[in-house]
Design a protein around this ligand. Structure first.
Ligand code: ZN
Ligand code: ZN
Length: 286
């Protein structure tokens, strides 16, 4: 599968000269499978450019959109997604096990007046909430030939949500953009559950928003420290760790420094995990 990052900023879009290299758009990741399926993970502000790019290459194949949760930074691009306005497009929306009803509600609500001029009902694409998946993800995903392609796990995050594991041809990509490893939220899994879920993954994008010092006052906000993300990836034996959901205050130079600290932590632990900072427009072939 081919993975492209369209947005990896956390909480709030932060365009500007100091975020040019890692990018300022919020969460949106495109996964194109070997057999040409188009999967979109979250609809943050990065979705806007992805939509333009799909139209430019006339890529109107059915799209499966997987939503981790309903926080604004993961939804705000949806009303600006060109494919949603084209009658020849088919979009299947999935919000994790048993979350279809809430998904329909929160996507529709952000387009109600006076928040947005076009109501959800006026979108022209065929929109399907077919996914009735229960753990492991089935339903519409299976109907799209995903079969054992996708697994989900609850996020440890305020208001809940789901993280996803995509597998194809022996390669595994895990997506946990908003996940706090150092604090227990209601119904959230524990550290060991995430280690198990990520075991031996080829690629993991994990929330890494805070330094240890910042985490002293942000504990419980739903995001992980760099150190916890690295420790989890290390214990799970993942091959590559992409630090994700960059704090809006973080400049490119700050992020370079944090990536270097994470690499040092890994060297000290004698770990072979390859760690990098996720950046907009980065493409990874698995
Ligand atoms: Zn977020
Ligand atoms: Zn969130």
């Amino acid at each position: 599968m081919k993975i492209k990052i369209w947005g990896c900023r956390g909480s709030l879009a932060t365009p500007g000269r100091q975020t040019l290299r890692y990018g300022g758009n919020t969460t949106c990741v495109e996964v194109r499978t070997q057999d040409g399926r188009e999967i979109i993970l979250d609809a943050g502000s990065g979705l806007y450019k992805l939509g333009k790019s799909l139209v430019a290459e006339s890529a109107f194949a059915p799209v499966l959109m997987l939503f981790t949760h309903a926080h604004w930074d993961h939804l705000c691009g949806f009303p600006f997604f060109d494919l949603a306005y084209l009658p020849q497009c088919e979009i299947t929306l999935c919000g994790g096990p048993a979350a279809q009803k809430s998904l329909q509600t929160y996507l529709g609500r952000q387009m109600e007046p006076p928040y947005f001029p076009v109501p959800f009902e006026r979108l022209q694409a065929r929109i399907d909430y077919g996914c009735e998946c229960s753990r492991p993800c089935e339903g519409k995903i299976a109907a799209m030939n995903c079969g054992r392609f996708c697994r989900s796990i609850r996020l440890n995050h305020p208001n809940g949500g789901y993280g996803f594991k995509l597998q194809e041809q022996g390669k595994t990509f895990v997506f946990l953009p908003d996940n706090e490893l150092g604090f227990h939220h209601e119904n959230g899994p524990g550290f060991a559950d995430f280690v198990e879920f990520c075991r031996d993954a080829d690629l993991l994008f994990h929330d890494a928003q805070y330094t240890d010092a910042e985490y002293e006052r942000t504990r419980g906000w739903g995001h992980s420290s760099y150190a916890d993300a690295v420790r989890m990836a290390c214990e799970a034996g993942v091959k590559r760790l992409g630090l994700f959901h960059h704090d809006p205050t973080r400049t490119d130079d700050d992020l370079d420094r944090q990536v270097e600290c994470c690499r040092e932590q890994l060297r000290n632990a004698g770990s072979g995990v390859d760690c990098f900072g996720c950046a907009e427009e980065m493409v990874i072939d698995l």
